[in-house]
Ligand binder design. Sequence first.
Ligand code: FAD
Length: 503
Amino acid sequence: AAVDNAPAIVVGSGYGAAVAALRLGQAGIRTLMIEMGRLWNTAGSDGKIFCSTAAPDQRSMWFRTRTEAPLATFLWLDVVNKDITPYPGVLDRVHFANMSVFVGRGVGGGSLVNGCMAVTPLKSYFAEQFPTVDADEMYATYFPRANSMLGVNTVDPAWFESTEWYRFTRISRKHAQNTGLKTTFVPSTYDFAYMQKEAAGTATKSALAQEVIYGNNFGKKSLDKTYLAAALGTGNVTITTMERVRAISRASDGSYVLTADRINDAGTVVETKQYSCTYLFLGGGSLGTTELLVRARDTGTLPALDASVGAGWGPNGNTMLGRANHLWDTVGANQSTMPVMGIDDWANTANPVFAEIAPLPTGLEHWVSLYLAITKNPQRAAFTYDSATDGVKLGWTAAQSAVSSGMAKKLFDRINSANVTIYRTDLFGSSNRTFADDFTYHPLGGCVLGKATDNYGRVKGYSKLYVTDGSLVPGSIGVNPFVTITALAERTMARVLVEDTAP
Ligand code: FAD
């Protein structure tokens, strides 16, 4: 196979990768991005690029015969998931022994499928998680830079108070207030001016048409509209898709050699390619990057990688739950898919929880209040190489998940007690489960900043090799993570372009 040479290669095209590519391109460094998923720019037979959660088709999930939505059932019935044809769809659910991880696949990574909640973490908790990072500089320079580049905006409070589309949020806020809890608006990368037009009937509905985890056709400022568009605009960045990087090694001249499997729409490997580069930036996300480095270390292609590569992983304390409301507390048949508010009990040092008020749009009144709780679960796990599959195993246990649910339960028991309400037990399969703590939207860690890398994401043991994504975050950040991942990548690139790439 031919060797394509670019001075810099970026693996992946999510948040960390997109920041790296833009800043490399602006510095005049020719850069190739390699993404395993599709470029989502072509409409299907229905005229749309993405499908909705109401009518999932092959575009929904990464090579599945049936969708695997986070909410599996309704009234214990298997009415949510649908049979589909295997295809490189946009949402993947990667299964480990006791934890499954949702990730985006395609140009834009998680930005294609996420809920757009763009939250800057509490400065004190950021400093606790990143003791070696200058927090003042982060909050003065890199968080503002990330928010501005990502196009973060906030819902108009007057419209929020009046629209039927956020009735579900106002009901949950009322129940939090009845409990004496604080709620807070959360910013978003969904364009609220567009959403207001959707509500007014003057623009094609997307967030108001049950589009989110399988992609949004309108309104969402995903990375392909922001960082990646700007990166391509430099003229120095190109993106190749449907190629999964499998192996990384180092040539005798110090350059990196990548082996990538090119797949077709059936998932068959049609070609194995090799690439070489001087600078290698890993942005495959917590799962993608950590797997590549654990494999490289343990198969001996990059033997000098640190022993801490693979360690320090956590699910950001995620657990999902639903509450059943009284008949008079209707949540509305019409719900926006974009969350705009959280219950913020992080200051409660005995039991810190930040719970996003999540939508459950079905087009019918169902009296369910849904939440994605982010708890301060201190448990961490490690990825280990599995030679039988040439993949990785994750050592996370059900008991570690129970810590997240226990914390969420303490908070929501209070809310239920203050409002005389109960949990819904019909949403997460047939076994009357209250807390769905066996999946996460927020995989974090595996190549932790300052442990597997130096203080700027330079991988220990090798020069000109960098990690720029969620694997740098040590398992927990207390809020939805993409703003933090983006800001840390900005900080890395600012440093690396000054210190490492000078001629
Ligand atoms: P990712 O965005 O995961 O990007 C990694 C990319 O690399 C992917 O495109 C992947 O296909 C590609 N890749 C991986 N391995 C390879 C390889 N070997 N070769 C080639 N390509 C590879 N966060 C928030 O802050 N707010 C939210 O509202 C929110 N909601 C979410 C909802 C859902 C359903 C999900 C799944 C996530 C949500 N998140 C949210 C999490 C957020 O999307 C992630 O934290 C973020 O995308 C991680 O960024 P990253 O740069 O680490 O990697």
